[in-house]
Design a protein around this ligand. Sequence first.
Ligand SMILES: [Zn+2]
Length: 118
Amino acid sequence: MFGRNKGKTAKYTKNKIHLKSGDKVVVLNGKDRGKQGKIIAVSPKEGKLIVEGVNLVSKHVKPRKVGQEGGIVKTESALYACKVQLICPHCGKTTRIAHKFMEDGKKKRSCKKCGEVL
Ligand SMILES: [Zn+2]
């Protein structure tokens, strides 16, 4: 490649994220492999996303107010978008995203397997 790394580019940001929050995905790698969940948040800059119930980390929380309980809270942490695969809501299969041009010229995401617009 060109050798120079302009700006902060993480390892996996070469590929654009075509996923949106609300999409159902399956995890391909790591300790949560095979787990399914809904995307809660996407960070295109980092190439990462947060999936509901996946990649849980324990956070130690101190009680801040009187009567509030401290302890260990589980929260989702971000994982790389290339480590998940989309599940099509129409055909229920893991799929990749294709782009479809609508009659009015708009570009829409569609399922590569069944062709339905997502
Ligand atoms: Zn489909």
